[in-house]
Ligand binder design. Sequence first.
Ligand code: SAH
Ligand code: SF4
Length: 371
Amino acid sequence: MKLDRYMSDSIENIVNKASLQKDDIVRLLKSETDEAQKIYKKAEQMKADNVGKKTFFRGLLEFSNICAKNCFYCGIRRENGNTVRYFMKDDEILEQVKYAIDNRFASVVLQSGERTDRKFIKRVSSLLEKIAYLVGNQEIGITLSMGEQSRETFEQWFRAGANRYLLRIEASNKALYKKLHPSDALHDYERRLQAIKMLQDMGYQTGTGVMIGLPFQTYEDLADDLLFMKNNDIDMAGMGPYIEHKDTPLYKYRHQLPSKRERFVLSMKMVAILRIMMKDINIAATTAMQTLDPVGREKALKVGANVIMPNLTPVKYRGGYLLYEDKPCLDEEVEECQSCLEARIAMAGDEIGYDELGTSRHYHQRMHRKN
Ligand code: SAH
Ligand code: SF4
């Protein structure tokens, strides 16, 4: 019965529905190459009509790889003794923030491993204060991506100037989440979910996302991931392919994974379907997509993404921030990366939102509804 419905519903009919159900999304994720073009076309149009043909830059600073957690997929997990740990000096971070502003990015992302010790919390607060001093009257977007924190910490950082936060749910299916993390209080699904909700309540522009092509993950899981983002009313999304790392427990399942090409194509479909489902959010074209395809980020921009995060981490630290293998631009300073990026974005048909905060339109709507 269900199968009949799949057969009779053309891709065109599905992408034009007012609201996509789980079986619709599964059908789209399983689409063949020529069918997928129709999904991409629709997503491209949704982007143009709702957020415009524009890409926003966020300067990414991976300021420390010290992490208290042990996620099974991640190359900088606590127990990976092969990683040389670092914490960038405040001056080095400020210099890169200045670079971002001078280059009219108007927005930075500060990312690190997860730590909840007092020293770390204070250090981040003081860094945020220094950034506020540096930028003076200019309003900039400051996104944090430092894992789960207490309400007090989130509030403290908000007061110190942070206004956006990225906290991926990683896998919205609780059973799958459990397979990807140690079973202890530090890696608890409910705790992560609560943290996402807390951020939204507090007024952070809130982003979440998942990894695509994980071991044990099904098409149904991915459809649920997209519905999770929709049902939780998120403002921004960052999703990308899962890429194996040899120093992690999940590496032993590498033979069960879809090919890298398949993971890339699935990621493209996820971005495009999410744009169709959530027309006014910000969607990142992630570094992991670039890792599997040299122009992967630009391809993602073409099918609905509207944010790109040029890596501003100084080259000497980049080798230490290997969440996964084959990360690109390990030996390229940002200036070199940026000039080619501009040309490639233009090829994807977008203009660049220089000097614009690029606030998620969905965020405005959500805050308006709340007040
Ligand atoms: N510690 C913070 C932020 C840094 S990790 C946190 O975990 O939230 C940032 C993201 O990198 C994670 O959310 C995860 O989705 C992604 N990541 C980690 N290992 C990965 C891998 N092997 N392949 C693809 N993405 C990975
Ligand atoms: Fe730490 Fe984040 Fe990696 Fe998990 S994904 S080990 S929290 S850096």
